[in-house]
Ligand binder design. Sequence first.
Ligand code: AP5
Ligand code: MG
Ligand code: ZN
Length: 214
Amino acid sequence: MKIIMLGAPGAGKGTQAQMIADKYGIPHVSTGDIFRENVKNGTELGMEAKKYMDQGALVPDELTVRILLDRVAQDDCKNGYVLDGFPRTIPQAEVLDKAIKELGDKIDYAIDVEVPDENIIRRMSGRRACLSCGSTFHIEHVPPKKEGICDRCGKELILRDDDKEETVKNRLDVYHKQTQPLIDYYTGQNILKTVDGTADMMDVFTAITEILGE
Ligand code: AP5
Ligand code: MG
Ligand code: ZN
């Protein structure tokens, strides 16, 4: 099963993608997580990506596409994957379509997690992220069992550099201009499904599993 998660920054793509990955036994592939891991490790890719991420801008398509295609070519992606944060522009979607078509395959669903902008700003300041395994928590809505520690892997949780209010506003702008057109793109392919992302996290997940099946 090949799934794309769409939605504004902070809509809950990562939260839901991780649950999908666990339930269906497919890898959770997040370009944002890959970039953050590279920033943390001080790689050349990380240094390049950070310039854009800190502004709330998109990392150039050329670089992002290369990273993503390398990742999904790995063995663990053979039986499918859930993409979180990719594609984010029409050119990215077109490259992905072409690559998948060449393998004689297709995307099964593009799931749009819908959350209005007003809710997003409030969510972001409470978010805590694990840079080691990509898990996400929220100090009020999804608290970790032990404060500041990841439930999943035991590493330290951090507030992301790009979760400052001004940067979040930029990310929302970029989302509306560059990423929202993908909703029409996948509607045109008849694979778009929309879920209400303002609902409780588990209710959002139930709505998604109703789409994906058992
Ligand atoms: P990325 O890491 O993808 O960030 P994003 O799209 O801005 O999305 P977020 O990770 O902020 O939010 P999310 O939807 O995953 O929400 P989450 O589950 O954490 O990208 C970061 C940057 O990398 C980009 O700005 C760009 O620079 C670069 N980049 C990445 N991919 C790229 C690409 N393809 N092309 C170019 N550049 C790229 O949830 C948010 C919070 O809400 C959490 O605290 C969570 O616990 C909580 N929450 C989740 N669900 C609920 C719920 N139902 N109710 C209440 N709280 C909830
Ligand atoms: Mg995320
Ligand atoms: Zn972790």
